[in-house]
Design a protein around this ligand. Structure first.
Ligand code: 13P
Ligand code: SF4
Length: 357
């Protein structure tokens, strides 16, 4: 199997921060500009707080990758600005080809996407034709076009459980940590691609244990893209939106959060009395590359949203028709599966009702 070398990828430096006065001015002028252009802003939880603030002020949306895809598809605006990373823009373009899908920064990558080049992945799938191919949403449109099913972190476990119960052999790509977490919790043995998220991969179990000793009353909340030693220490493991809701549901007042610190904005807005502590990305003497904030999410800035709204053509993200049509099949299975899971309440109930996606 092709093993991606993610130590060589270029990590972009974040732009200089704006002053509070600049942020306020941009939010006021961009709210008006978005309305004037019949455009909406969809932001991921990991974007900087000022981007999330603009999404809220202008009647846009903040969410996880699955919710962003759904909301963008169902909203009537002609122009959708996606503040996130490229795979999120591509997903929106696949689901809504009639809309202008615009990204403030077209070079906002994701290490999982970079770690799964479609030519290598196509070769791998061809060598294992009898397998169902399940890919994480954090992949290019071309990789989604090779897949039978797309999943996001909020539904990956249930989708694999479903396919496993139906007796399917499964290829899983590209996140190795999420893959091993799913294997452990479903009993499915999958052929797993070996990429990782450079943000979550940096969380360290030893340093986390030390931090927990200092805050014994804190619950540990972990995104499943983190290493196994970290998820094993968690009180709760889940996607970004699942972590957000769990903070509200759990009795603790203090939380150690092992995911991108961008999510703190929304958690604290929903639950202002909670204390949030970032999980450590290094032990004694260690350094961090991302330091718990995705370097590509950080590229989404208010000045770039302004620029994109003035030059839609330069910021438009498109997917060629053939790729789009094939990727749409696997993405629609994700949306179908998630709607049925909600309707039936469990994977077993879906199978008992003979719902086959
Ligand atoms: P979610 O699916 O939880 O939004 O996560 C996307 C992502 O990029 C995680 O690193
Ligand atoms: Fe990709 Fe990780 Fe950034 Fe999410 S946080 S977009 S998985 S690099």
């Amino acid at each position: 199997m092709f093993i991606p070398d993610l130590s060589k990828i270029a990590i972009p430096k974040g732009p200089a921060p704006l002053t509070q006065m600049q942020i306020d001015e941009y939010i006021a002028s961009l709210t008006k500009k978005l309305h004037d252009k019949n455009a909406v802003l969809i932001a991921h939880y990991y974007t900087n707080p000022e981007i999330q603030k603009l999404a809220q002020a202008s009647g846009g949306f903040i969410g996880d990758s699955l919710e962003m895809a759904r909301w963008g598809r169902d909203n009537s605006a002609k122009t959708v600005i996606v503040a996130g990373v490229r795979f999120m823009g591509e997903t929106a373009a696949i689901l809504s080809p009639e809309k202008n899908i615009i990204m403030p920064e077209l070079t906002a990558e994701c290490s999982l996407d970079l770690g799964c080049p479609h030519e290598e992945f196509a070769k791998f799938c061809k060598e294992h034709k009898e397998y169902a191919v399940v890919v994480y949403a954090n992949t290019s449109a071309k990789v989604k076009a090779l897949a039978d099913y797309v999943v996001t972190s909020s539904i990956a476990l249930e989708m694999v459980e479903y396919l496993h119960l139906l007796g399917k052999k499964i290829i899983w790509a590209p996140d190795r940590h999420l893959g091993s977490y799913i294997e452990e919790h479903t009993g499915a043995k999958m052929l797993r691609w070996q990429a990782h998220c450079i943000v979550h991969d940096e969380f360290k179990a030893n340093a986390l244990a030390e931090l927990k000793e200092q805050h014994p009353d804190a619950a540990i909340m972990v995104h499943p893209e983190s290493p196994e030693a970290v998820t094993k220490m968690a009180d709760f493991v889940g996607s970004t939106s699942q972590i957000l809701h769990a903070v509200g549901d759990m009795p603790n007042k203090k939380f150690i959060i092992a995911t991108d610190t961008g999510i703190f904005y929304k958690i604290l807005q929903a639950y202002p009395d909670r204390e949030l502590i970032p999980a450590p990305t290094g032990g004694a003497g260690a350094t961090c590359q991302s330091c718990a904030h995705c370097p590509w999410m950080r590229l989404n800035t208010l000045p770039l949203i302004d620029k994109a709204l003035d030059n839609l053509a330069d910021h438009r993200i498109t997917v060629d028709v053939e790729t789009r049509e094939r990727a749409l099949v696997s993405l629609n299975r994700l949306l179908d599966f998630s709607a049925n899971l909600k309707k039936y309440g469990s994977v077993e109930a879906m199978i008992n009702a003979r719902v086959f996606i």
